[in-house]
Design a protein around this ligand. Structure first.
Ligand SMILES: [Zn+2]
Length: 329
């Protein structure tokens, strides 16, 4: 039985620590559920993907536990009892990571997800916010592995983030630390679906980039009937189009400003940018680095913090969920 419902997430020194346990990580996104099984060397040995059953909470929970059970079948029989199971979800969790306060794209709002999954599986399950899980994976195995203090941002449809401080995943008073996507950047800006105004993710995300391209009337090179996607915008700017660069600067500016606040508050050693939009191109990061450097205070005495591309790609959330599960079980 789990004695402590808080995840005291501290770095496991890999692979030095003799931890032979297998672990399952499942990332429940807005459209698909991606799962993987890690062996004792933290190598991925099995993967699974299914579409999200969005019509009912029960169907979604059953799909998650069904995937966990099928991945468990690939674990050698004598290792199964010790195998961790971690589930990352797109949503705001409570501090104990047992309950979903709010999930905009999944039928999980108000669900005691941990108890439900543990009842279905008959064994402990660790639940985490998807951006926290992805950041934890980058901290353990990816772009932030050399640091004890880092901020890992995931830029896709929205903007999620994880804060690592002193080697610990910061949860915060309510379990909602690191919600950088919903800090107010422009008090006169548009309403955000979260209820706030002028939130960072409205401007600096894949969706924000598309909105900016639309406002500027930038048409796709591939299909002139539609405006550019975020990735097309980055590609056009990288190819030297000044109109695209001006829009990309608009997208990067609020993020650069937010990053100075993060570093000012936390003294992060590295800023890791991932997600479908964030990691799409080194060129976007170059734009971001340039803007950040212009805002950073007193570079003569305080070295500019590195902004690095995430290394673990789309599997970071599932990987992080698997690694977090080993901390508690
Ligand atoms: Zn918001």
């Amino acid at each position: 039985m789990i004695k402590n419902h808080e995840i005291h997430a501290q770095r496991i020194d890999l692979p030095q620590e003799a931890d032979e346990r297998f672990s399952i990580g499942i990332d429940v996104g807005g459209t698909k559920i991606a799962g993987l099984l890690l062996d004792g060397n933290k190598e991925i040995v099995t993967r699974a993907t299914v579409l999200v059953a969005k019509d009912s909470t029960d169907a979604l929970l059953t799909t998650i536990s069904g995937m966990a059970l099928s991945l468990l079948e690939s674990v050698p029989l004598e290792m199964r009892a010790q195998c961790g199971i971690g589930v990352a979800v797109a949503g705001w969790l409570n501090r104990e990571s047992t309950y979903v306060r709010f999930s905009p794209h999944l039928p999980l709002t108000g669900v005691h997800i941990r108890a439900e999954l543990e009842a279905q599986l008959g064994r402990p399950v660790v639940v985490a916010n998807d951006a926290d899980a992805a950041g934890w994976a980058e901290f353990q195995l990816g772009a932030a592995r050399e640091y004890d203090d880092a901020a890992c941002l995931t830029l896709g449809t929205g903007l999620g983030s994880a804060i690592i401080a002193g080697g610990t995943l910061v949860r915060g008073h309510l379990g909602m630390a690191g919600e950088l996507g919903h800090i107010c950047i422009d008090p006169a800006g548009p309403q955000c679906p979260c209820g706030g105004t002028g939130c960072l993710e409205i401007f600096s995300s894949g969706t924000g980039a598309e909105r900016a391209a639309q406002r500027a009337g930038l048409l796709s090179d591939v299909d002139s009937q539609r405006t550019m996607t975020g990735r097309e915008l980055v590609a056009a700017a990288a190819a030297g189009r000044s109109d695209a660069q001006a829009v990309l600067d608009e997208v990067a500016a609020p993020l650069a400003q937010a990053l100075t606040m993060v570093v000012g508050a936390l003294d992060s050693g590295v800023l890791v940018i991932g997600g479908g939009f964030g990691s799409a191109s080194e060129y976007f990061l170059e734009t971001l680095r340039r803007q950040y450097a212009q805002l950073a205070p007193h570079p003569e005495s305080r070295p500019i913090v590195g902004i690095e591309v995430a290394q673990l790609g789309a599997e970071a959330g599932a990987l992080g969920a698997a690694l977090l599960s080993l901390l508690e079980i």
